[in-house]
Design a protein around this ligand. Structure first.
Ligand code: SF4
Ligand code: SF4
Length: 448
């Protein structure tokens, strides 16, 4: 990139610059992972009500078949990631923490794993309501990490209309390269998915925002844009957390989502690359989500890369396949800034998991460092992209003054990007405090 190019792309105020650590996987083409002998498929892989199992122990299932139905609107169905036999339905640990009821499938060794037959959807003939229902039937949730059911995001409340679909191609978390590879390898499927969702939303345009560290992906998409006149690509500066919905909308469209509000209030819906590309494949074929691409990497991983992984694959199987030197003593599902640390190798890959990062003892930084008192340096304030006061919020969290955190300091505007914790010289785990405080406030709201 020319020297002056670094000044020409837009970004937001505050945030941090991180070493992107993507070089070990960004050039690795997507490879299919073999089927694990056992798949552990949690009924709750999404934000909202868990799905309801419709299978029993001993039953044989075919790859792609519905094995759990959605339980209401704020829920999605689950499909069998492989053909096999139901071994048990038991509680298992997940990336979300608590043990969750999960369907365990013993996969058939040597089976073709051909997908079950489905009747194709005629997208051009479908109404908006039918399209939203079809999206729910795929079991699709935000594959960027949020796990929010996609059909719910598409069901814009009455009185609002959407003019722009913003496509998040930033992939601003270090290490992760799945969206990068999907843009490079499957631009047509991505553009089809964007087109279908524009139709569902009634949006007149889509803007794909991509950070300037992925120029090859930007060119790959631009080369395929003929016939997609309403879809535009905009390059943004590489800057963490550029992929946050509100920040991306501000940078791409200059619109400000109100505090505590939602993108639809400014005429926008945001979806990420992996979600749209997958919908581009699943929606016309009326198929369910049974696999996803994840980045597997870390200092000791022998075969780092981007793998197409059947949902439910235990981390143990994945690690055995990619190989690891040293002791894998720190595992993160997702990116290092917003992902979840997991302690059990039985935890499976689920729908929102975009990466598996494996660190050995030497590479674990700052994690177990001692916590010191706040020295009022204001680095956290300068880093917060939402213009919050993390130092004050941290002090209130320590005193459990949650109401004041929300009413006086807009706690709910924190989207847990981790910038404040990252820059804090006193090692104060601010983002962890805010996660706990927000969940306490949510529980209080539900019980009132
Ligand atoms: S975690 Fe929350 S408070 Fe901390 S920088 Fe990010 S948005 Fe601001
Ligand atoms: S960065 Fe840490 S030490 Fe500095 S003001 Fe914020 S909380 Fe205090």
């Amino acid at each position: 990139m020319a020297f002056l190019d670094i000044f020409k792309y837009k970004t937001f105020e505050h945030g941090i610059h991180l070493k992107d650590s993507k070089d070990r996987t960004c050039d690795q083409a997507i490879r299919r992972l073999p089927f694990s002998p056992i798949l552990i498929v949690p009924l709750s892989q999404h934000f909202g009500k868990p799905a309801k199992s419709i299978v029993r122990k001993g039953q044989e299932v075919v790859r792609g078949e519905v094995i759990a139905q959605s339980d209401g609107f704020m829920s999605v169905p689950i499909h069998a990631p492989a053909s096999g036999k139901i071994k048990e339905i038991e509680l298992f640990p997940t990336a979300r923490g608590p043990k969750t009821e999960s369907i365990v499938i013993e996969t058939w060794a040597g089976a073709s794993q051909r997908l079950g037959q489905t009747e194709a959807n005629n997208i051009s003939q479908m109404s908006r309501e039918e399209l939203i229902q079809a999206v729910q039937n795929t079991g699709m949730v935000g594959l960027g990490g949020a796990g929010f059911p996609t059909h719910v995001k598409l069901s814009v409340p009455e009185g609002y209309s959407i003019d722009t679909l913003v496509v998040n191609g930033c992939e601003c978390e270090p290490y992760l390269t799945t969206d990068h590879r999907l843009m490079l390898e499957h631009p047509q499927e991505l553009l089809q998915g964007i087109n279908m969702l524009m139709k569902t939303l009634g949006a007149k345009q889509a803007i794909i925002g991509i950070e300037d560290n992925k120029m090859d992906a930007i060119n790959a998409i631009k080369n395929q844009l003929s016939g997609f006149e309403s879809i535009h690509v905009k390059v943004v500066k590489t800057h963490y957390p550029q992929g946050s919905e509100k920040l991306l909308i501000k940078v791409l469209l200059g619109r400000e989502v109100p505090s505590g509000g939602f993108p639809y209030q400014v005429g926008v819906v945001v979806q990420n690359i992996a979600t749209l590309r997958q919908l581009g494949v699943l929606l016309p074929n009326n198929q369910g989500l049974i696999e996803r691409v994840i980045t597997v990497t870390g200092p000791g991983v022998k075969k780092p890369g981007n793998y197409l992984v059947p949902l439910g694959t235990p981390i143990r199987f994945l690690l055995d396949y990619v190989g690891f030197s040293g002791t894998a003593n720190h595992l993160i599902l997702g990116g290092p800034m917003m992902g979840s640390t997991v302690s059990s190798l039985d935890v499976p890959i689920t729908k929102p998991v975009s990466g598996l990062l494996v660190f050995n003892e030497q590479s674990v930084e700052k994690e177990t460092g001692e916590i010191y008192p706040c020295i009022k340096c204001a680095r956290c304030v300068e880093a917060c992209p939402m213009f919050l006061n993390p130092s004050m919020l941290g002090q209130l969290a320590a005193k459990r003054e949650y109401e004041s955190m929300q009413e006086d300091y807009n706690l709910m505007d924190c989207f847990e990007c981790g910038c404040c914790s990252y820059v804090c010289p006193s090692n104060i785990p601010l983002v962890q405090y805010f996660r706990i405080s927000k969940s306490v406030m949510r529980e209080r709201a539900v019980s009132q």
